[in-house]
Write a protein that binds this ligand. Sequence first.
Ligand SMILES: NC(=O)c1ccc[n+]([C@@H]2O[C@H](COP(=O)([O-])OP(=O)(O)OC[C@H]3O[C@@H](n4cnc5c(N)ncnc54)[C@H](OP(=O)(O)O)[C@@H]3O)[C@@H](O)[C@H]2O)c1
Length: 264
Amino acid sequence: MSHGTPLSGARVLITGGTRGIGRLMAAGAIERGAEVTVWARDAEVGAQASAELDVRFLAVDVTNPAEVTAAAAETGAVDVLVNNAGVIAGRPFVDLTEDDIRRTYEVNVLAPYRVTRAFLPGMLARDRGCVVNLASAAGLIGTTRMTDYSGTKHAMVGFTEALRAELRAERSAVRTLTVCPFYIDTGMFDGVQTRFPWLLPILQQQDVATKTLDAIERGSAKLVMPWSVSLLPLARVLPVPVFDAMVDFLGVNHTMDHFTGHQG
Ligand SMILES: NC(=O)c1ccc[n+]([C@@H]2O[C@H](COP(=O)([O-])OP(=O)(O)OC[C@H]3O[C@@H](n4cnc5c(N)ncnc54)[C@H](OP(=O)(O)O)[C@@H]3O)[C@@H](O)[C@H]2O)c1
């Protein structure tokens, strides 16, 4: 039986909370009565978010262990940790450099482990709280130009499930939530296309942010958007060539053909 984490009065930390869905989750959590801290690198964008949303902003590069340690001490106790900061290179595997791959793994995987290690002991001691990991539909399926990103998001799905098992084994009341959305209109995936928008729509960032906050309050362990993506695990029973043919027919391996990502 899952108990949710009410956001009213909760202390919430959102990494990458200055832009995209992180910023919208910060705004929504404030509206629901939370005290919100956001971490990101760009101090100018952070100061603006801080002024507009009434959140506390700390300039932190989550790939820097010393910065995370200092910022964790300054942030103090947290009831809801949202590991949201994420990046993608978005090029074919042969065009990726060692630095591209390292950066994606540093931000998308090693940083969430690091930040969770900083805040989970406090949640365990208080026996409440929630660790929210922004994975992706790319954590459930590997597609073209995603070899770096999809690897990291599969890691986040595995990390969160294993952590959930440990918390359950310890009879802890601390919860985890894995979020697996298809593409969202934040700019991170600018240029992507979908062949069947009725089946696989590009998601609206406000909708993803609101549903994630609802899932935290409800105590859900997993949030997959849109509904069609949640059928993926079922399709895995198909023989691999049939599964691959289905994915190709849906156009999924061409969604990234015109990917540009954030401009500027
Ligand atoms: N957009 C999508 O289509 C989509 C789909 C599925 C899952 N997701 C996942 O959802 C999460 C949020 O995506 P989004 O589209 O909202 O991203 P976004 O608009 O690009 O925002 C990313 C945020 O992360 C921060 N960030 C990046 N690198 C950082 C670092 N090293 N240290 C601290 N902060 C850092 C950025 O701020 P600074 O640059 O100032 O540091 C920014 O605030 C990501 O984990 C992403 O993988 C996104």
